[in-house]
Ligand binder design. Sequence first.
Ligand SMILES: [Zn+2]
Length: 152
Amino acid sequence: MNVFDRYPSGGRTLLGKPRNLTGACRTGYGLGLQLLTGETSCAYCGVSLVDTYHHWLLMSIDHLVPSGEARRVGIAPQFSEDAINLVLCCAGCNGFGNRYRTTIEPRPIWSLEQFLSLRDQVFEDRFARIAGRRAVEMAFFESKPWARAAIR
Ligand SMILES: [Zn+2]
């Protein structure tokens, strides 16, 4: 079970590019993705991005197969820019997943099925990596380093 199972058609048919209403995430393409998929929470940690104003401010979008990688290996923008290659996430998880590199071999032609299996693999890898980084960060937070500094 991953986030795409909740997308229309289980995230296995093209949904189109999210409408870019304003050029910004929360009021533009992020909102467009919410309207296309019905998703309103972070795909990695599950925090709601609509329950409070401060959570809404964290809204971000993650490209699973990055646009540059897609170009490099011959994946059509019709696939890589579609909502099925995008997930809603919080700014924290998006930061934990930065500098992700894939080792995808170029192919002359990518079928939708081949692209989807790559996307699912990338999501699984990122999900695990982000969960690991989040656990480290949470342990640091829970040690209340700011309180130690005040006592010293
Ligand atoms: Zn998150």
